[in-house]
Design a protein around this ligand. Structure first.
Ligand SMILES: Cc1cc2nc3c(=O)[nH]c(=O)nc-3n(C[C@H](O)[C@H](O)[C@H](O)COP(=O)(O)OP(=O)(O)OC[C@H]3O[C@@H](n4cnc5c(N)ncnc54)[C@H](O)[C@@H]3O)c2cc1C
Length: 409
């Protein structure tokens, strides 16, 4: 009997994980990975600013699944089979140790994405996989008798029994076409993980200033996130903003990225507590200038701008703070109102929301529900996570499950 021919289209994180898993579990199969560009794993290379945020230190399947604005329900049982702790063990068993940063993000100890790339390439070679660069799948036809006929970019026709599509996010219109040509539907692609443009001059003057815990919310669409915020030359960024952009990817797209944004700079306090603190300052430091005496933990430059934005002059002392001005300052601290006018890609990590419709895929195997022998993994699916290593985790997990299933394991 001739060996089973398995083709993986897409040499990114999901494609490699599936390929290695499959080739190791089915050593007799003929496994080929096709990459249309001149380089394998190019997104891994640039990921996490060149450090590759491989996964997140979140070792409970349910807790992990709620980090996915799209894909939460579908990923729950896959995570029960292969989750972040399995990723850590997988890389460690191949000599790559991961470390955890304070916010839970996990990186190779080397702080270099090349370590991850070398590990994956070595594993794929050791498993005897055929590697082909500059070879895109241009079109695919399912044979009546089963299996697929692939038309490749170099003019060759390749026949296989199983095909895994791991071709990445569907941002470009053509990207999901192979899946569509085999009868699958795509949820419309829109960007996720982006930063906000805000034209308010005093905010732009604060570029580089960050706060560890603020709350950002979009009134009217029930979006609220707490976490670190960073002022940039064009507006706001930081984990709280990126998470808001992920959860609101569709709604904010629908608003053409023009919407009001509220920031609570002191979410651990409430208006009464802040007012009580101001009252006490009136008594304890009446002669001090308000602009010079920030409320912890706010950075002094931000405090100064919030005081001025509340209409309190630079020479106002605590003793001279009127009730009306106090009210304005409290409101400014708990609800600064900005207008977002657009978005920018976040350079550290971005993904596409949208892709192959999840109800059409069996997540026990990652096989198409109506096209036997066709499998999916990675960002091509309508799955995306918040920032912090969750997107690679989805690629490792779906790749691993597809790889096992294609191997018949
Ligand atoms: C700048 C940046 C930084 C990121 N950093 C992180 C991070 O630190 N942590 C994290 O979790 N996530 C990160 N992400 C997200 C993460 O990179 C993706 O979610 C992940 O790469 C998806 O893997 P994938 O294999 O599904 O797709 P991809 O990595 O996009 O791979 C798909 C591959 O398929 C190839 N291909 C496409 N069409 C065809 C075809 N027809 N035939 C053959 N090959 C084809 C493409 O050329 C590509 O190489 C980052 C993303 C970006 C853009």
């Amino acid at each position: 009997m001739s060996p089973r021919r398995i083709v993986i289209a897409g040499g990114g994180a999901a494609g490699f994980f599936a390929t290695i898993t499959c080739a190791e579990a089915a050593p007799d199969a003929e496994v080929t990975i096709l990459e249309k560009s001149a380089q394998f794993l190019s997104k891994v290379k640039i990921s996490g600013s060149g450090r590759c945020n491989v996964t997140h230190a979140c070792f409970d399947a349910r807790e992990l699944s709620v980090r996915y604005p799209r894909g939460e329900r579908a990923l729950l049982s896959p995570f029960k089979r292969f989750q972040a702790s399995d990723t850590v063990a997988w890389f460690e068993s191949r000599g790559v140790k991961l470390k955890t940063e304070g916010d839970g993000r996990m990186f190779p100890v080397s702080d270099s994405s090349q370590t991850i790339i070398d590990c994956l390439i070595n594993a794929v070679k050791a498993a005897g996989v055929k590697l082909r660069l500059n070879t895109g799948v241009e079109s695919v036809k399912r044979n009546e008798s089963g299996g697929f006929e692939l038309a490749l970019s170099d003019g060759e026709t390749l026949i296989c029994d199983c095909l895994l599509l791991a071709t990445g996010g569907c941002r470009a219109a053509a990207a999901g076409q192979l899946a569509v040509s085999l009868g699958h539907k795509l949820e419309p692609p829109v960007p996720s993980l982006f930063t906000f443009h805000i034209a308010t001059p005093w905010l732009r003057g604060l570029a580089g200033v960050s706060v560890e815990s603020a709350e950002a919310s979009v009134p009217g669409v029930r979006l609220r996130e707490r976490g670190a915020l960073l002022a940039t030359h064009w507006g706001l960024s930081g984990p709280a903003i990126l998470r808001l952009s992920a959860w609101g990817a569709r709604e904010l797209h629908g608003l053409d990225y023009k919407f009001p944004l509220h920031i609570n700079w002191l979410p651990h306090l409430n208006a009464e507590k802040i007012a009580t603190e101001f009252q006490s300052r009136r008594g304890s430091q009446p002669a001090k200038l308000i602009v010079n005496t920030p409320l912890a933990p706010l950075p002094s430059r931000l405090w100064e701008q919030l005081v001025l934005a509340a209409g309190i002059s630079r020479d106002t002392r605590w003793a001279g703070l009127s009730r009306a001005a106090q009210h304005r300052l409290v409101q400014q601290l708990i609800r600064t109102k900005f207008q977002v006018t657009g978005k920018s890609l976040n350079k550290d990590e971005f993904v596409t929301c949208g892709g192959v419709r999840l109800s059409e895929v069996d997540f026990k195997t990652m096989e198409s529900r109506f096209c036997p022998g066709l499998y999916f993994a990675g960002e091509l699916l309508d799955i995306d996570g918040i920032t912090g290593g969750f997107n690679f985790q989805a690629a490792w997990t779906t790749g691993w499950i597809a790889g096992r299933a294609m191997a018949g394991a």
